[in-house]
Structures are given as C-alpha cells and as structure tokens.
Design a protein around this ligand. Structure first.
Ligand code: TMP
Length: 211
C-alpha cells in the first residue's frame, strides 16, 4: 500500500473544484481510498487560520507565517496519517500556491518561503527530504479570462478582490514553480469548456500512468 499525494492549483476562477470531485470519484471507483482536503485549511485549527488569512488585513510575513502554520497542522493531523494508511490524498492547493500568491502575487521574499517550506515540510527522516506532492495538476487560465468568470460572482475575499495584474503575477509564479519541478507538474489548459478540460486531464493522466 503506497499513499499518493496529489495537489491542485490555479488562479481563482480556474474551475478546478468540479474536476477534483470527479477525479476523487474516478479513483474511488478504481478501488482507491481517497482523502479530499484543502489549503488553507483541512483541520479545525487550519480552518480558523484560513478565515483570518482570507478576511483580516495583515502584512505579508504574517500572512506567510499563518499559511505555513496551518500547513504544519494539516500535514501532521491529516496528510501524513492518510498517506501512511496508503490513501490517495487530493489536496485543493498546497505550497505551490504560496509561491504563486505570496511570492508571485504579493512579491514576498522567495528565500523566506523556501526556508518556511523546508521547516514545515521536512519529512520524518532526513534522507526522505521534503514532503512534496507526487503530482501537481495546474489548471492554467489567463488572468483576463478568470476576471470575466469571477465578475460579480460573490463577495470577494482578500485574494479575489485583487486586480487582474495580481493574478498575472500569480500565474507567472505557477509557471516558475512548474519550470523548477517539470516532472511533478501537469498543466491543463483551463480556458476551454468543462468537458474539454476533463478530456485533456484524462489524456495527460493516462499518458503518465495515473489512470
Ligand atoms: P480557495 O478559494 O481555492 O480555497 O483558496 C483560497 C485563497 O487562498 C485563494 O485565493 C488562494 C489563496 N492562497 C494563498 O494565497 N496562499 C496559499 O498558500 C494558499 C494555499 C492559498
């Protein structure tokens, strides 16, 4: 029994949620035990931190620290135990989002983020290195298309309220993380209708032996 850790990324409005649910169903139908979770959040403590991060104003370092504090709790309470049980953990956002939103969007110091990543994601044994997803599915969407999709959708949180230029930098942040981790990342073009995105995703997962 080997657990698998799969994260899902993209700018707000990229439409990843329905595909995460559908993939969870598909893998369950293949007999996998699937844990669905999200960041920021995923535990009672981390959900409280999520509410602060999404709705309270704070400086960029405080924001990064709260996000990584929630991640530490989430890894310890949910992700690591599920992987140890051999489950497939599907996580709606993980550390690539921090590099994209805090690093790219806010322009926060990437070296500090790398340090926090090392502290929080250190594996139980040093030779195992850092805990990272086995696969990261990036729903890539131009910021202008996302802005159209989100216009007037709901009361925006601190990130959704950002201008289009912020999301262009977030997208660039994801592109940089993908360039640094080409084998872990799978990029899906998300500016197509839902059925085409799903088909594209299936083809790429099959090509890599994930379906
Ligand atoms: P969600 O709406 O996809 O659940 O994500 C909540 C928001 O949090 C989204 O706008 C992206 C943002 N976010 C960060 O800024 N940094 C992070 O590390 C994560 C995981 C999310």
């Amino acid at each position: 029994m080997t657990g698998r850790f799969i994260s899902f990324e993209g700018i707000d409005g990229a439409g990843k949620s329905t595909h995460i649910e559908a993939l969870a169903d598909a893998w369950r139908a293949q007999g996998r035990c699937v844990t669905l979770t999200r960041e920021p959040g995923g535990t009672p403590l981390a959900e409280q931190l999520r509410a602060l991060v999404l709705h309270q104003s704070m400086d960029a370092l405080t924001e990064a620290l709260l996000i990584f504090a929630g991640r530490r709790d989430h890894l310890q309470q949910v992700i690591e135990p599920a992987l140890a049980r051999g489950e497939w953990v599907l996580c709606d956002r993980f550390t690539d989002a921090t590099f994209a939103y805090q690093g790219g969007g806010r322009g926060f110091d990437l070296e500090v983020l790398h340090t926090l990543e090392r502290w929080v994601q250190a594996a139980s044994a040093p030779e195992l290195g850092l805990r990272q997803p086995d696969l990261t599915i990036w729903f890539d969407l131009p910021a202008a298309v996302a802005a159209q999709r989100l216009a007037g959708a709901r009361v925006p949180d601190r990130f959704e309220a950002q201008p289009q230029a912020f999301f262009e930098r977030v997208r660039e942040g994801y592109a940089q993380r993908m360039a640094q981790n080409p084998t872990r990342f799978l990029r899906v073009q998300a500016d197509q209708d839902r059925a085409s995105v799903w088909q594209d995703l299936q083809h790429q997962l099959e090509a890599r032996g994930w379906r």
